[in-house]
Design a binder for this molecule. Sequence first.
Ligand code: HEC
Ligand code: HEC
Length: 408
Amino acid sequence: MAHLPGPAAAQSSNAESKSNAESNSSPGSESGPQSRSNAQRSIPGVALADAAPPWAAIGRPATPAEIAAWDIDVRADFTGLPPGSGSVDEGMEIWDAQCASCHGTFGESNEVFTPIVGGTTQEDIRTGRVANLLRADFPQRTTLMKLSQLSTLWDYINRAMPWNAPKSLSVDEVYAVTAYILNLGDIVPDDFVLSHENVAEVQQRLPNRNGKKFFEPMWSVAGKPDVQGDACMNDCETEAQVRSRLPDFARNAHGNLAAQHRVVGPVRGADTAQPPLSSLDAQAVREAARATVVAALARAPAVAVAPPLAGAPSAGAADAKAAGPPPAQLAASANCMACHGVDKRLVGPSFREVAERYRGQPGASALLAGRVKNGGQGVWGQVPMPANATIPDEDVRRIVGWILDGAV
Ligand code: HEC
Ligand code: HEC
């Protein structure tokens, strides 16, 4: 094994300390009843002795093997790093066979992702600060320029690469390919063997190891982090609010976002191949919306509709049996769910909101059936609903009945 040149502050790896820490605290070693009573104790208002909590019959404790499969993180101090080793030479073979196609033979490719290697110097290895990061005219920021913890590189490759087959590398292969990347950056010599015993030394040669900075005014406000993530437990907001939007100059910068998203589920991209909806007249909006929906439908696999819950109250249930597929399914196949959620606002109002608004109003079903059929605008906002002229009247009637019943 080669010796490291330069300022390698010898530091022993504490890889072993993790296994000790783990065997003391591994949740998998607890018995089921034990963990349950712990959970109970921590829930205020739940009687300890009397009844089992309602969730007692749900799930089972994770097995030690299951926990071990998830528990693969390697921390900055190398806690969690499994023992092993791999040479630059072995790494080169793995890289050429499994990584170079996407990242380039020398880690220089800009095709699939920003380059892994490049932009660092021997002077950076000495100072621990990458000088090129400060140059506004430097074209790219490579992985090795930014990396301040070697554990991150090892951990990331171990859990996520190769992209098309994550977690397929053995521990020794991860060491080897990590060594090869470091060698491409001239951080370790050609005959180097990276192992759990010398990672801490190599850490001391990372070009940007001193590049981390805690930016006080941004991350700390009156001694607290500037972002708080409180888990809301009651009276929580139920509707999503749009708090940012795509600026006009960025429209279509990366192709049509709508075409790059799934057409099921709440997240759908704007049709960025079209001008912003707000700048169009109603007829053009209708055409744009229709074009998007039609194109999405053409690409989409059939939308799966959850079967109705057994015993769920549904005014239309008897009706549904008599007259074909349940209204929820009709709505899905008529593509209503591309723009409406049952209880989430998408392009149009949620069906629950609609039910709320028209509750008890005489003539509501005829009014809404007409709007669904012919399109509507201005009741819920500026975006119009295009006409749904091809859906049979009977289906429209049943869908609207279902919506007015609360879409259950
Ligand atoms: C099929 C293409 C593909 C292959 C093969 C592949 N990668 Fe990647 N790699 C990517 C993509 C894409 C990303 C960015 C992923 C992301 O950000 O979610 C990435 C990211 C990375 C990063 C993180 C870079 C950074 O700065 O965040 C490393 C390191 C890396 N790959 C190493 C490897 C290694 C080592 C192999 C081979 C064992 C490999 N990759 C094989 C596509 C690939
Ligand atoms: C391209 C998107 C889109 C599609 C597809 C769509 N809607 Fe709408 N829908 C909207 C928008 C936008 C509104 C709000 C219009 C307004 O503000 O008046 C709306 C409003 C509604 C309303 C309330 C009308 C009112 O006047 O209060 C109902 C009911 C409705 N849609 C049902 C349906 C049904 C049923 C389907 C399927 C046959 C459907 N929608 C398909 C976008 C769509």
